[in-house]
Design a protein around this ligand. Sequence first.
Ligand code: FA5
Length: 344
Amino acid sequence: MKERLHQLQQEALEKIEQASDLKALNDVRIAYLGKKGPITEVLRGMGSLSPEERPIMGALANEVRQAIQTALEAKQAKLEQEEVEKKLAAETIDVTLPGRPIRRGNPHPLTRVIEEIEDLFIGMGYTIAEGPEVEKDYYNFEALNLPKGHPARDMQDSFYITEEILLRTHTSPVQARTMEKHQGRGPVKIICPGKVYRRDNDDATHSHQFTQIEGLVVDENIRMSDLKGTLREFARKMFGEDRDIRFRPSFFPFTEPSVEVDVSCFNCGGHGCNVCKGTGWIEILGAGMVHPNVLEMAGFDSKKYTGFAFGMGPERIAMLKYGIDDIRHFYQNDIRFLQQFNRV
Ligand code: FA5
């Protein structure tokens, strides 16, 4: 019996040594230490031993079991360690591989131009005012000296929601609202950026939805020369020191006199080219001295106060500044177009 136990121990230890994975090791465990295993089998034969031999054999059987158990545990730890190492080797990370580039967002070119214009006027002491895009007919037209039925309403084809409510066709209603808030007391010095809507057919220079920036200054002794100096400063900062501006007589019901302002062509410097259609000038905005009726309607004494106002389309300004040939590029979100304006 003693020999049999030694032999079993020898066999088991060999098999443990040979086991190449955890499953094989477990099979060895079951085969040698399981209830139906050979050691149990040997122990069953203990009945035939003398009482003196029994405890000796029992102790030996335990030693054998213990030896097998210890060997199993050691091998299990070894196999587990090997498995971890194999896994780590398979998952090795190559730290020298270049990372996937993270695409950085950038402000939309239109947003950048609007911010640039805002900064420019803030630098001249203006504050920013805002108003609703869904506007009352009163602020969009009537308070700007455009009563119902006025033919000049046709200059801005409108999206009406009800008889009295429409999508604002320009940012000038913010002038009217701001002046009303001032309750007849100056000074007022604001710019109002925002979206506007017109029933214009979309083409290279027109969109049914676009942006405008309105400017308004109301105080005592505001003169046309103040408007001229302000806009010249704006044009030079925006388009370069060598740019000049010119005023052409025009008509807006809310300003008197009214002008349209051209900037000397960025492309040819004023000699005439296809960009400026041979004139040497490009129109950038409408402006004028605030009409006394508009001042009075907003509660200002037009004998004491005068003012100037202007309204420009940032899309057109961005087109001029960056040589963009179609306004629709701003709205199509084509990444190839937008990326050209990325900040580095
Ligand atoms: C006005 O909207 C006046 N409210 C501007 C103004 C304000 C005049 C204060 C006097 C005093 P006008 O319709 O010309 O004017 O539009 C002003 C600018 O908006 C134009 O110079 C142009 O740059 C831009 N604009 C007009 N219509 C469109 C359009 N459909 N798509 C893109 N830009 C447009």
